[in-house]
Design a protein around this ligand. Structure first.
Ligand code: BMA
Length: 329
């Protein structure tokens, strides 16, 4: 089935937003940016929940069909624990879950908001009920991190977004580790573009990399700074299956952006922010935060995204990538 001629690759669910603060069994300000996983036939969302102190924690919601009938935990699932983890003093945010077959567990990377700024922390879980916190894996400022599900030549790989200095741009990096705890061999994977592009100056990974027949599919966000605030939109890229440092394609155009009211208006206007997707055959369910206030669902097909990306990767973009990073050659 070819992708729609309208280029509308993602279809918003008619029940959007599928989860809102009013659905929560306890008092919260906002629910958004959830990790997504399929566990024992159920869709599990690990949502970022902000309470009325402004600090975030994470709470699980489960559903058979991934659309409605959510069973939401009566209490927070993972709360900041600054006694044992001082880096969590101002909250934990934006989880992304990857199933690691080798250890038969989910690895959840999330942002811990420390006094020194946001950093990347890791927790491991089998069932999204009990978690083992491994603590910080990247120093501040760093976020938008997710693991690949497999090792590459004996090493785990992570995509993340350090911000060494805003003057040089906030790019997506890739790093490697023998044990999930010690990370190195850091290099830039995808650069934020410059000037008037939709993804100029600041980009970051959205859901974890998705293994496809043609490569690792990435959905990433680009942040455009406008006179009325930031505008979060999403674009696609494809990495080599064997060598994830090799970018095969990158879209010039964004593929999804704020359109409906729950994306345009909330605590932070004009934000779509996915942290999870679930693949069932060719179908893909994308779970995203709407305007930092609610959780929404959009569906697409993996084959549509791959075909569209093939048709929408101009030569100039590839040239630009080669100049930016000779490792792409
Ligand atoms: C990013 C993260 C996200 C948030 C987005 C828009 O930096 O903090 O959690 O959704 O900004 O506010």
């Amino acid at each position: 089935m070819p992708y729609p001629a309208s280029n509308e690759l993602f279809r918003r669910h008619e029940k959007n937003p599928i989860l809102s603060p009013s659905d929560w069994p306890y008092r919260v300000n906002s629910v958004f940016n959830a990790a997504a996983a399929k566990v024992n036939g159920e869709v599990v969302l690990l949502a970022r929940v902000e309470d009325h102190t402004g600090i975030s924690h994470l709470t699980v919601a489960r559903s058979r069909n991934g659309v409605d009938g959510w069973e939401i935990s009566k209490r927070p699932t993972l709360i900041p624990d600054p006694e044992r983890h001082p880096e969590e003093v101002w909250g934990i945010e934006d989880p992304r879950a990857t199933f690691l077959e080798e250890i038969n567990r989910w690895a959840v990377l999330f942002t811990a908001y420390s006094q020194g700024g946001p950093l990347v922390s890791l927790a491991i879980t089998e069932d999204f009920r009990k978690f083992e916190r491994l603590g910080p894996v990247m120093p501040p400022e760093d976020k938008d991190a997710a693991l690949f599900p497999v090792r590459f030549k004996d090493r785990w790989a992570m995509i993340h977004r350090p911000v060494p200095s805003l003057a040089v741009g906030a790019h997506m990096w890739i790093s490697f580790s023998p044990d999930l705890k010690h990370w190195g061999d850091h290099r830039i994977l995808l650069r934020a573009r410059k000037g008037g592009w939709w993804d100029a100056n600041k980009i970051g990974l959205s859901p974890p990399p998705l293994r496809t027949e043609e490569g690792w599919l990435l959905l990433y966000h680009g942040v455009r700074v406008t006179a009325s605030g930031c505008l979060y939109r999403l674009g696609l890229a494809l990495l080599d299956l064997e060598d994830p440092c090799r970018v095969i394609r990158r879209s010039d155009e964004w593929v999804f952006g704020p359109r409906d009211h729950y994306e345009k208006h909330g605590d932070v206007d004009n934000v779509v922010f996915p942290c999870g997707w679930i693949r069932e055959g060719d179908e893909l369910k994308l779970y995203y935060g709407g305007a930092d206030a609610c959780i929404a669902l959009a569906t697409t097909r993996v084959s549509w995204l791959l075909d569209w990306l093939k048709d929408h990767c101009r030569r100039s973009t590839r040239r630009e990538m080669l100049i930016a990073n000779p490792k792409f050659a």
